[in-house]
Ligand binder design. Structure first.
Ligand code: FAD
Ligand code: 2HG
Ligand code: ZN
Length: 487
């Protein structure tokens, strides 16, 4: 191990190889505090050449590599697993009977034994000039989404991804997870913003397609292959990204509704009235109460409602008046200026922070077809109660369930407080319920370590076998993020 540290330090400089436990903890614990593991060190390369050197050194020493950007991921994919003591060799030399049957498809070589190295991309911060003619820009993997958005805005354009973690989440991390966020119904998820990437493969070779050609059909689209790959196929070092014309004005509407069916119906109504719909978000009374308790915000509307729809359209005061006149609106607040809009957004955007302040949540990120979303919601509370019943940590009043999300995409974030973070019965129940309603177990956060065992709920065996074949072809030694996405 000391020789690995020496080799890494000689490539990136002593100050960029962190080994002290108190320095490492921020790299080995995820944002939720539910996932934490062990690392030999965290290394912070400052160029694509240094990333190559780090991967080659780790491979040579038999260490694995965990790519990490802003470490805001919510599925345990950005941090290493706990180091395991080596398994005892059975006396008869055969595998113990409890070893599960192998899933179909080729598998990468067994995980290496030395331990994990966290590769932080946060020093890859180069942000190129905006090409206003082509409406595109090249950004280093470690540039944050807030920096990228500000850079685009300064050139009169908009980057089409926005999310509450914008100050820390990075270009590389959002590509690796195909992050969605609050304007995905307008511009698509991160996948739709990507024109090309530069990335280092497990063998240290560099693939680079940063020309920005919007029309380029020469073979497999390797950039798109890396979208949603969660650090298992390559380390992304830079990306060429599409930008959009900035929208001059926006109107935000917060409406109180009876429940999710009413929210979905109101969303559809607004969509037909306002072609410039930018966002359609859902949350409920329990979440608003907690957000207010943690932040001290006033009540959002004059009367509390069971649930809320927050919609944003590109438009002006006239559009605001048209929206406010929708007959089914019982009570609503409308804002056209930036501070007023931010005040309404706070009730939605501060959910994650408020829930995390109250405890370590179980986070599920499902999407359900809009036609089934009310049926899913109707069954959810009882299913969670049953699954949490008797679990360590669940108090006599039962689990606390918070449901919010991007209703325009059918994407609901189900957060549950109460059951011990190590108990996954609630997580599995919610994901199975989503699958039973024709939904997916991961709408936008990815699979990570949290859901790798349940990937089969959303992908068929042939699909998982094909994914394993891709992983084996690109990373035959199992260097990159073992245990994430594919068990
Ligand atoms: P990390 O957390 O560091 O890593 C995430 C995954 O990507 C890991 O598997 C990691 O190994 C891999 N990875 C990171 N960088 C690279 C790289 N350069 N090359 C290869 N692999 C890499 N997500 C949404 O989709 N929509 C939301 O609205 C949203 N809101 C959020 C709000 C809050 C308050 C928080 C805390 C999180 C939110 N997230 C949301 C989740 C998270 O911000 C996203 O998943 C984001 O894309 C993660 O980016 P990151 O840079 O922090 O990546
Ligand atoms: C959001 O939409 C994020 O706010 C985070 O995706 C969701 O905290 C969560 O579960
Ligand atoms: Zn979300």
């Amino acid at each position: 191990m000391p020789s690995l540290i020496r080799d890494l330090a000689s490539e990136v400089g002593d100050e960029h190889v962190l080994t002290e436990p108190d320095m490492l903890v921020g790299y080995t614990t995820d944002w939720t505090r539910r996932y934490h593991g062990d690392a030999l060190c965290a290394v912070r390369p400052g160029s694509v050449q240094e990333v190559t050197a780090v991967l080659r050194a780790c491979a040579a020493h038999g260490a694995t590599v965990i790519p990490q950007g802003g470490n805001t991921g919510l599925v345990g994919g950005s941090v290493p697993a706990k180091a395991r003591a080596p398994a005892p060799v059975p006396a008869n030399g055969r595998a113990p009977a409890s070893v599960p049957a192998a899933a179909p498809g080729p598998r990468p070589a067994p995980a290496r034994s030395l331990g994990a190295v966290v590769l932080s991309t946060r020093r890859l911060r180069e942000l190129g000039p905006v090409d206003t003619l082509g409406a595109q820009v090249t950004a280093g993997a470690g540039v944050t989404i807030a920096e990228l958005r500000a850079h685009a805005t300064a050139a009169g354009l908009e980057y089409g991804v926005n999310l509450a973690s914008r100050d820390s989440a990075t270009v590389g991390g959002t590509i690796a997870t195909n992050a969605g966020g609050i304007v995905a119904i307008r511009y698509g998820a991160t996948r739709s913003q990507l024109l090309g990437v530069e990335a280092v493969l497990a063998d240290g070779s560099v693939i680079s397609r940063l020309s920005g050609l919007a029309a380029d059909n020469a073979g497999y689209d390797l950039a798109q292959l890396l979208v949603g790959s969660e650090g298992t196929l390559a380390v992304i070092t830079a990306a060429r990204l599409r930008l959009w014309p900035a929208e001059s004005a926006a109107v935000t509407l917060l409406a109180g509704v009876d429940g999710i069916a009413a929210a979905a119906a109101l969303y559809a109504q607004i969509r037909s009235l306002a072609p410039g719909l930018r966002a359609a978000e859902y949350f409920e009374a329990a979440g608003v109460e907690l957000v207010r308790e943690i932040t001290g915000l006033p009540a959002p509307l004059s009367r509390p409602a069971p649930a809320y729809l927050l919609a944003e359209i590109s438009g002006s005061t006239d559009d605001a008046e048209r929206l406010a006149a929708i007959p089914s609106l019982e009570q609503a607040a409308v804002a056209v200026d930036a501070p007023g809009r931010a005040a309404l957004w706070a009730y939605r955007e501060r959910h994650t922070e408020a829930i995390s302040t109250a405890g370590i949540p179980h986070k599920m990120d499902v999407a359900i077809p809009l036609t089934r979303i009310a049926a899913f919601r109707a069954e959810l509370d009882e299913a969670v109660r049953d699954a949490a019943d008797g679990a360590a940590g669940t108090g006599p009043s039962g689990p606390r369930v918070f449901v919010f999300g991007h209703i325009g995409a059918g994407n609901l974030h189900v957060n549950v407080l109460g059951p011990d973070p190590a108990d996954s019965a609630v997580d599995e129940t919610v994901m199975r319920l989503a699958a039973a309603h024709g939904g997916t177990i991961s709408a936008e956060h990815g699979i990570g370590r949290a859901k790798a065992a349940l990937l089969h709920l959303s992908r068929s065996q042939p699909e998982i076998a094909a994914m394993r074949a891709v992983k084996t072809a690109l990373d035959p030694g199992g260097l990159l993020n073992p245990g994430v996405l594919l068990r």
